[in-house]
Design a protein around this ligand. Structure first.
Ligand code: NAP
Length: 289
């Protein structure tokens, strides 16, 4: 087994981002800004938001945090988003999900200006991703893509893992992870199989894969029966169990196989926040021309 070291790849990228922010400041006198919105007091969301704010500070990106109480209405959330859309110091807006009682999440996301949509969840950006024909086009057109899938592609590129011509099985079809990641793998010329809870023969399908991405939210779901030697496994899952944090892959059960794999923690997780910083710079560039 060979580990794909998300921590190191993420740290290298953050160093590069910090240098770019410093250059932007020197050249323009401006500092990119990210606004974060947390509605309610979900403990996991509070931890994520804290990490995001700290990552911004470390990179020299200005952060503007807004807490709304859990009883805030959709109108309250949208009113704040509209204010931030108009604020020229704010280049990116991140609405921390899930919202309490999942209240009208998509309506709130739709209120974010597509130019500031650093989570890539606005239909405009999701549409651009779906219309793009290649990875180069995604980069050249400065398309804002959901952070976790972007982080996965960055991990694969930086680990010199060939994507073109490979069979990639993505388990999970969420708008946040599975769908955009499938589009990114396709843009990198993989042959992509999107699978989900209704997929039959998932084990056999996974056994045909060169790359497996597990984005399910079920602890240790993917085991030896899904994997052949030589496979690259990207574990997106973050599951809190009584034994601590674990991924969607049964790491201990597969670690003696001839595979490359991302650990949990220390794999995809660190890349997600790093790509949020990257997207904030992208949004800054988008606003400044
Ligand atoms: P989600 O919205 O709950 O989607 C889960 C997906 O898994 C659904 O498409 C579902 O299929 C599929 N699924 C569920 N049970 C399945 C089964 N038995 N066989 C095959 N597919 C199955 O979750 P998400 O937001 O994509 O997140 C997935 C995981 O990634 C979670 O553990 C989450 O915490 C983690 N995550 C990590 C990061 C990070 O930074 N590392 C970021 C985001 C999410 P259906 O569509 O048919 O229901």
């Amino acid at each position: 087994m060979e580990l794909i070291d998300g921590k190191k790849i993420s740290n290298d990228k953050r160093t590069e981002i910090k240098e770019r922010v410093s250059k932007i400041k020197q050249q323009t006198g401006k500092v990119p800004g990210l606004a974060t919105i947390l509605v309610g007091k979900n403990p996991a969301s509070q931890v994520y938001i804290k990490s995001k704010i700290k990552a911004c500070e470390d990179a020299g990106i200005k952060s503007f945090h807004h807490n709304l109480n859990e009883h805030s209405s959709k109108e309250d959330i949208i009113a704040l988003i509209k204010k931030l859309n108009e604020d020229s110091a704010v280049n990116g807006i991140l609405l921390q999900l899930p919202l309490p009682q999942n209240k009208d999440t998509q309506d709130c996301i739709n209120a974010i200006s597509p130019l500031k949509d650093v989570d890539g969840l606005h239909p405009f950006n999701a549409g651009l991703l779906n219309l793009s024909k290649s990875w180069n086009e995604i980069i050249e057109r400065n398309i804002l893509v959901s952070c976790t899938p972007l982080g996965v592609i960055h991990l694969l590129h930086k680990s010199n893992i060939e994507i073109e011509n490979k069979i990639a099985v993505v388990i999970g079809r969420s708008n946040l992870v599975g769908k955009p990641l499938s589009m990114l793998l396709l843009a990198n010329n993989a042959t992509v199989i999107m699978s989900h809870s209704r997929t039959k023969n998932l084990k056999e399908i996974c056994k045909s894969a060169d790359i497996i991405v597990a984005a399910i939210g079920k602890p240790k779901f993917v085991n030896k029966d899904f994997i052949k030697n030589g496979t690259v496994i990207i574990d997106v899952g973050i599951n809190r169990t009584s034994d601590g944090l674990c991924g969607d892959v049964d790491f201990d059960a597969v670690k003696d196989m001839d595979i490359k794999i991302t650990p949990v923690p220390g794999g995809v997780g660190p890349m997600t926040i790093t790509m949020l910083l990257e997207n904030t710079l992208k949004a800054f560039r988008g606003c400044s021309h």
